[in-house]
Write a protein that binds this ligand. Structure first.
Ligand code: G6P
Length: 615
């Protein structure tokens, strides 16, 4: 969702901002804009609905000089995705320009008050209200911009990351955040600002993460000032070194990020597992779990909160933890958690799963769980994002930046970490002995090679995908560990191909979806040689008996299913608890190739955002 980039230095801001906006495209957006301040203090704003390329087109031939600027990609929340609602939003007379991620919840009240003071509003956005409020305070109090920003933010309820520039002040930018991330990149005589580190990579690896309720005043040639909204200077700037490279943000020869990320899984799983299994494969060490063993040992229950693909990983986590550790687990949609009268106590451990670490609903669930006294553990990918900063402890999945909106390598990374967590916890609780850990740990160590083997299916899946390009509906079925795999397979297909797909527990099919089955509706059935294989086999028979077409994901040599299914994708055999990792890969490929056949923009599917920072 919305992205922010800002620059102040000796270079040309426009090019830096446009490159930054392109890097932010993956988050999902529907309009973009920039404000540029020339050295003589004139401020120009260019903004347009559509893509960054449309903005570039608009700015062609216009004056784009200036070494101070802010830019934004907007994902519409308040008002249509049109030119007027795009950011930057400007104050009365175009004196201030502001970009904003998040939502100002009390914007209606503020708008009403400002209207009574003679302000009018061109857009439907909450952001315009904020910039007019800053303008009003500055005009009324005759104060410098930083003071006016601080005052205004005290009046505001909601979430924000903002960057503001002022006409006739070409040496200054003010930024602030609350519940929406903001990173400051510190270069040689230049400073960068962004909502995540991607626009900063390649310019500098020195970054400062702004904390909640902090603002920073960035002045050309002057030391950076970071202070709380109460006005207290931060004692230490806490400069961190980014471990991201430009290569990680590029397609590396693949036609899309999604395909690159699917094919990266052998190496991302290697990174995810690194240092977490002992050489003899008899012990798993997740430092976050080991360091908090008392909290986990005391847990009467574990509650997993997550959204989307991460929620599917959570369902697999439930089965893993219940089976290996004997602790009851509940899995909640983070978006529903706070509205479901949650009963959380100090004896609960809440595990929040999120690739981006920025999902607003997951953050809200974490906050509530903390307030209710639970110990909160995060499983995230993006280092330094909001969720790891708001949880008591956690584990990074370390799969590198995921740019494709549809999650692939993050899902397999999340499931891998959940297996590690369950194994580590089982050791601590004594529910698994080293000899029981060993076969799973060994199979995990082999997982990168196993996935490499699965990826050899790509040409066959591509060919198969052509059979289904024009299907209107799909059913995905699985049981036990692979019921969530079915949900995830269906989600992948609908996200990027826009074909309606439903994931279902295979046995539940007969309670409803069976009515839909005919030769027009393919069923993808996940049926590895696990404890439920024979039961899934009868589900395959039920579909075939009704004239349905079956694509089965099976282990090599499964003649029983091969003789029934129309198409089979054969995957290597692994311990049952690891089957979702292996089985999800052909489903990613199937969704990918069907979407490509349909000419879809797989990396940036319509209406979706990579990082959902609003409720
Ligand atoms: C969005 C993305 C999904 C993702 C979900 C949760 O909807 O498009 O791919 O699964 O958010 O995101 P998170 O970053 O919390 O895992």
């Amino acid at each position: 969702m919305c992205g922010i980039v800002g620059y102040i230095g000796s270079g040309r801001a426009y090019g830096i901002l446009m490159d930054g906006l392109r890097r932010l495209e993956y988050r999902g957006y529907d309009s973009a804009g920039v404000a540029l301040e020339r050295d003589d203090g004139t401020l120009s704003v260019y903004k347009s609905s559509g893509k960054v390329a449309d903005l570039e087109h608009l700015a062609e031939g216009k004056d784009t000089t200036g070494s101070l600027g802010i830019g934004h990609t907007r994902w519409a929340t308040h008002g249509q995705p049109n030119d007027v609602n795009a950011h930057p939003q400007v104050s009365r007379g175009g004196r201030l320009a502001l970009v904003h991620n998040g939502t100002i919840e009390n914007y209606r009240v503020l708008k009403e008050t400002l209207s009574q003071c003679g302000y009018s509003f061109a857009s439907e956005t909450d952001t315009e209200v904020l910039v007019q409020l800053i303008d009003y305070i500055q005009e009324t109090n005759h104060c410098p911009l930083p003071e006016a920003v601080r005052e205004a933010l005290r009046e505001v309820d909601g979430a924000y990351a903002i960057a503001v520039v002022e006409r006739d002040q070409p040496d200054q930018m003010v930024v602030a955040r609350k519940s929406s991330p903001l990173v400051i990149g510190v270069g040689e005589g230049e400073t960068f600002v962004a909502s995540d580190a991607t626009p900063i990579v390649g310019h500098t690896d020195q970054v400062i993460y702004l904390h909640d309720n902090e603002m920073a005043v960035i002045r050309r040639g002057k030391p950076l000032e970071v202070q709380s909204l109460a006005g207290e200077a931060r004692p230490s700037l806490d400069v961190q070194t980014l471990r991201l490279s430009v290569a990680q943000l590029e397609k590396g020869g693949y036609p899309t990020f999604m395909l690159k990320e699917i094919f990266e899984q052998p190496s991302t799983l290697t990174d995810c597992l690194r240092g977490r299994i002992t050489a003899d494969c008899r012990r798993v060490v997740l430092s976050g779990v080991v360091e908090n063993r008392e909290k986990f040992l005391r847990a009467h229950r574990i509650v997993i909160v997550a959204c989307g693909t991460s929620w599917h990983a959570g369902l697999i986590g439930k089965r893993l933890i219940q089976e290996m550790c004997g602790i009851p687990v509940e899995v909640e949609y983070a978006s529903e958690f706070r509205y479901g009268c949650p009963r959380i106590s100090e004896d609960d451990v809440v595990v929040a799963i999120s690739q981006s670490g920025e999902t607003a609903d997951t953050l809200a669930a974490i906050q509530l769980a903390r307030e209710m006294g639970a110990f909160v553990y995060g499983i995230c990918n993006v280092v330094g994002s909001s969720i790891p900063r708001n949880t008591h402890s956690g584990t990074y999945i370390h799969v590198g930046p995921e740019i494709g909106v549809a999650s692939t390598k993050a899902f397999t990374g999340q499931v891998t970490v959940l297996v590690l967590l369950a194994l580590c916890l089982a050791q601590i609780k004594g529910t698994l002995r080293p000899y029981e850990v060993e076969p799973v740990a060994k199979a995990l160590q082999r997982m990168p090679a196993t996935i490499k083997e699965v990826l050899r299916l790509a040409p066959a899946v591509e060919q198969l995908s052509r059979t289904f390009t024009y299907a209107h509906n799909f059913l995905y079925l699985g049981r036990g560990y692979n019921y969530p795999t079915a949900l995830e397979g269906a989600l992948k297909l609908k996200e990027i191909s826009y074909i309606h797909a439903e994931g279902y527990p295979a046995a539940e099919m007969k309670h409803g979806p069976i009515a839909l089955i005919d030769d027009e509706m393919p069923s993808v059935i996940i049926a590895p040689n696990d404890s439920l294989h024979d039961k899934v086999l009868s589900n395959v028979q039920q579909v075939k008996a009704r004239g349905g077409r079956v694509v089965a994901v099976i282990n090599s040599g499964d003649e029983a299913i091969k003789s029934l299914a129309d198409y089979c994708l054969e995957i290597p055999e692994v311990p049952e608890c690891l089957t979702p990792i292996v089985a999800s890969v052909p489903l990613q490929l199937l969704a990918y190739y069907i979407a490509v056949n349909k000419g879809r923009n797989v990396d940036k599917p319509r209406n979706l955002a990579k990082s959902v920072t609003v409720e």
